[in-house]
Design a protein around this ligand. Sequence first.
Ligand code: FMN
Length: 181
Amino acid sequence: VAADDQVVLAAVWDALRAATTRRTPFTVAHLATVDAGGAPHVRAVILRECDADAGTVAFAADARSPKVRDLRGDPRVALGLYDGEAVQLRLEGRAVVAGPVERRRRWEDLPPHNRRLYGAGPAPGEPLPAATDAAPPEVDRFAWVRVHVDRVDRLDLATDPHERTVLTRTSGGWTGGRVVP
Ligand SMILES: Cc1cc2nc3c(=O)[nH]c(=O)nc-3n(C[C@H](O)[C@H](O)[C@H](O)COP(=O)(O)O)c2cc1C
């Protein structure tokens, strides 16, 4: 990619890294998946980790949730992010659910108040059960999902004219550049 586009790409990954180390407008991303019938579903997730070299972002979810069911069936996902002012990021890629060893490691890194979200009981979206004692957190309910980003679309409305850069990842690196907004 051209030097200008390289700068844009680096800025995108810097912003994503910042979003995972402190709360920024990009910390909450909207994740789109498709279900077995091809219907789209979108919901907010918190970006918890970003690896610019690998080109990945990661989030935590209930292993039995519809989103995890969707992406196990079709790993293609899209993420929409907005900085609250002028910049939109659209990321597309493939989701991989971490295996048991990494899941255990991530689980142990999770703060206790976060682990409580993964108490045993009915799956997300099931009818709320009658009040019972809170079930203890259960690692089996926890999924760590890494998205291998292979397309980045950054739109900036703060500039005149507006700027949009679309970059896709190939085996040889990122390609693409400025496009019409
Ligand atoms: C600000 C915010 C952050 C959220 N972060 C997560 C998250 O990191 N992981 C997650 O599984 N759900 C998160 N949720 C809840 C999801 O948006 C969604 O309601 C829930 O996970 C069920 O999604 P599903 O039925 O599509 O699987 C968040 C919701 C909000 C409002």
